[in-house]
Ligand binder design. Structure first.
Ligand code: SF4
Ligand code: SF4
Length: 507
């Protein structure tokens, strides 16, 4: 894979005089030292065809999901968020339909992102840059912006002419209208993003009645500006210069990966249609450049696979249309593997190999990852306990000679209603427990203290454990805080009971 953009970079270096002047800390007369060529603006031409229609369908689907998802309601009961997908920052919760994620469970999100990355590697190894060409937000929004631009300024030729014209009333009117539409789309994009972090109907009403917080307005402004700049102005430069993905995706691609391929064995030597006297002298490419002018990144696929090619396939539609017109078979440009490209050139039957070591490795990693995630999720509990002993002091000797240790006990109630917990000490015979704010319950095996934890929150308690000096033979003993919920869940928090060092056995 080569970079056409890289070919435009001019090597730069100071000449000897300039270098000497720089060393002497004197201003140097720097000669022509431009690091990059200017951007050549791309004016993609409208194209019709199967791939274009698929791209429109994917675009509409992606936009519909993005704009509609925050409006889906989900009943979680009174006083709880009624939005199906919500990241509730003030209450530190993430909601995805029936799933509720706590901050300490952020590893679920990390796991999902890792699985998403492996899935992307897998798809790329099979189908090349499917993500870039069809579903990447940069591609989707750039497509949308170009559609709006074409609506106002016309197709490629009209847009080139308009840009070349001096400023006139008509040009100013069109530009103003175009940028207004761009800004409206960008603002809708930024506004929709905010809805994933706030109740959608509420935040929309607050935004339009100027009652939303300054943070909301700031983020809408930020996402409006980035969408407008990236999709309206930067466009293909994001893919070519800013995005790291094209740089390392070549590690996932091999000769069996589907890529947009120009069948040079069929098209070359290219030549103008009217100059093509016979098939023996001329290939099928009539050098019309239809494939070049529709390309959203402005490259010529006939130069081979390039870093700038996002794999959108629009050049396939353009070329197929030309082939129909000149009465040649379609598929001079097509999705194909390099191995099949070579096989076809030799007149052999193409073969597709989906099962390859790398794809099987990705499937194995994905399967293990999904299995682990599902297992961890299935074992998710509604109750969690953590115990932290006080370090200073480790223990207190009471007036009757007994020892008291103090702990910070945390009980996480993951239920949407208040829960009552009975806490008892295990593993330390004769120990007594008291909890600040807790109610003691007593009697045989029911010994312990009850505490209440409000819905969907973590209760933090000071817990005191009293025991005879003899209970901690050797200066310390293991114990557990056994927590029994009224709804049946049980959890244990392990810790240590400390006694005076003098009680340690002498050696
Ligand atoms: S559209 Fe097809 S025929 Fe025209 S230049 Fe491109 S490859 Fe050649
Ligand atoms: S060369 Fe073809 S597939 Fe690649 S970006 Fe351009 S139009 Fe899309």
């Amino acid at each position: 894979m080569r970079s056409a953009g890289a070919n435009n970079v001019r090597p730069v270096g100071l000449d000897h005089a300039a270098a000497a002047a720089a060393v002497a800390d004197e201003p140097a007369a720097v000669t022509s030292t431009r690091l990059f060529t200017n951007r050549v603006k791309v004016y993609p031409k409208k194209v019709d065809g199967t791939i274009r229609r698929i791209k429109w369908a994917v675009l509409v689907f992606c936009l519909a999901v993005y704009y509609v998802a925050p409006w889906i309601r989900w009943d979680r009961g009174f006083g709880r968020p009624g939005q199906a997908i919500l990241i509730d920052m003030p209450n530190r919760r993430g909601y995805f339909f029936w799933i509720e994620i706590w901050p300490q469970e952020v590893y679920y999100l990390a796991g999902l992102m890792i699985l998403g990355a492996v899935a992307l590697f897998f798809v790329t190894s099979l189908f090349g840059r499917l993500w870039c060409g069809y579903a990447c937000p940069q591609t989707v929004w750039t497509d949308l912006f170009i559609w709006a631009e074409r609506l106002i300024e016309g197709d490629r030729t009209q847009r080139i002419r308009l840009d070349a014209q001096p400023l006139s009333f008509d040009k100013a009117r069109r530009k103003l209208l175009k940028h207004s539409i761009w800004l409206a789309i960008a603002a809708a994009t930024g506004g929709a993003w905010i809805m994933y972090f706030n109740d959608a109907p509420t935040v929309v009403r607050d935004v339009f009645t100027l009652q939303a917080s300054s943070t909301v307005y700031a983020f809408i402004g930020l996402f409006t500006a980035t969408t407008y700049l990236l999709a309206g102005w930067a466009r293909e430069q994001v893919c070519t210069y800013m995005c790291p993905w094209p740089r390392f995706q070549s590690a996932m691609v091999d000769e069996q990966t589907l890529t947009v391929t120009y069948r040079d064995w069929r098209g070359e030597p290219r030549g103008k249609l009217k100059q093509a006297p016979s098939e023996a002298k001329h290939g099928d490419c009539i050098d019309c450049k239809a494939c070049v002018v529709v390309c959203p990144t402005g490259i010529d696929i006939r130069d081979g696979l390039q870093l700038e090619c996002i794999g959108c396939g629009l050049c396939i539609d353009a070329c197929d249309e030309i082939m129909d017109r000149v009465d040649r078979p379609r598929g001079l440009i097509a999705f194909d593997t390099y191995a099949n490209h070579e096989a076809r050139a030799r007149g052999e039957t193409p073969r597709y190999r989906l099962l390859r070591p790398r794809t099987m490795l990705y499937v194995a990693v994905l399967s293990v990852g999904v299995a682990v995630m599902l297992t961890v999720f299935a074992m998710r509990t509604t109750l969690e306990v953590s115990v932290l002993p006080d370090r200073s002091p480790l223990f207190v000797t009471l007036h009757d000679g007994s020892i008291r240790n103090t702990y910070t006990l945390k009980i996480a109630n993951h239920l949407p209603q208040q829960a009552i917990y009975r806490v008892a000490i295990g593993g330390l015979p004769g120990a007594a427990l008291s909890i600040a704010g807790g109610d003691a319950v007593g009697g045989g095996s029911e010994d312990g203290v009850t505490v209440a934890v409000p819905a969907d929150s973590i209760g933090t308690f000071r817990a005191y454990v009293h025991a005879d000096r003899g209970a901690a033979q050797g200066g310390e003993a293991k114990l557990t805080f056994d927590v029994f919920a009224d709804h049946g869940a049980v959890a244990h928090g392990a810790s240590t009971f400390h006694a005076p060092a003098s009680d340690r056995p002498s050696r």
